[in-house]
Design a protein around this ligand. Structure first.
Ligand code: TYD
Length: 207
């Protein structure tokens, strides 16, 4: 089973992923961009706020990172019958580069399919909250971080509004794959919502 975690900056998805992983000790946990040594290097280039790049060059780097992670980490784990938890995946490209940067969605879908050999998550948890709330959380966290990963957080509010709306549009188009989770509230409240979704899908781990 392949489960992805998506949402705007500061939606709390990574914290929730860690809590889910504690309940599924044999799960393979990964993230995008990143997940392999090469993909981690691509991540550093993509997120450093001093990097300046053309939007198409940007999306090709995300795709390169995704292909490495898919072929070397995700696909092998799924082939072994494992559960994979991935922090962001193909939907992030549609939301950020498609709805956010306004690149062509059909081209991005084709790129995603090419990069992943058409691997699609079984379940996508979308953590939704107002973009202003998320950005405030994310920027204060980034100010404390040792590594500069602030390039997307530096985008304006309109960009993040489009990303959020994009995610909601994607979720509306595929209601059986997406579970929409209200990410407003404290970590425990949100986690209770996650548990309710996972109880239906993974009763062995969430009895
Ligand atoms: P992430 O590590 O999830 O950052 P955060 O925990 O702060 O949300 O993601 C890094 C950034 O990369 C995030 O701002 C979203 C962006 N991104 C894209 O624009 N496109 C993509 O395909 C992916 C995977 C991420």
């Amino acid at each position: 089973m392949f489960i992805t975690f998506e949402g705007i900056e500061g939606s709390g998805k990574s914290t929730q992923l860690r809590r889910v992983a504690e309940r599924i000790p044999d799960a393979v946990v990964t993230k995008e961009p990143g997940g392999t040594p090469l993909a981690d290097r691509i991540r550093a280039v993509l997120l450093d706020s001093s990097s300046q790049m053309d939007p198409v060059a940007e999306v090709l780097l995300f795709a390169a990172s995704r292909r490495e992670n898919t072929l070397k980490v995700i696909r092998p784990a799924l082939d072994r019958g494992g559960i994979v938890l991935c922090d962001r995946y193909t939907d992030a490209t549609l939301a950020y580069q498609g709805f956010g940067r306004l690149l062509n969605l059909d081209q991005l879908r084709a790129l995603n399919a090419w990069a992943t050999n058409s691997l699609v998550p079984d379940l996508t948890l979308l953590f939704d909250l107002p973009e202003q709330t998320g950005l405030t959380r994310a920027r204060s966290r980034n100010a404390d971080a040792s590594q500069d990963e602030g390039r997307f957080e530096a985008e304006d509010l309109r960009f993040h509004q489009r990303v959020r709306e994009g995610y909601l549009t994607l979720a509306g188009a595929e209601p059986s794959r997406f579970a929409l989770i209200d990410a407003v509230g404290d970590v425990d409240d949100v986690y209770a919502r996650v548990e309710a979704v996972l109880a239906a899908r993974l009763p062995r781990y969430f009895p």
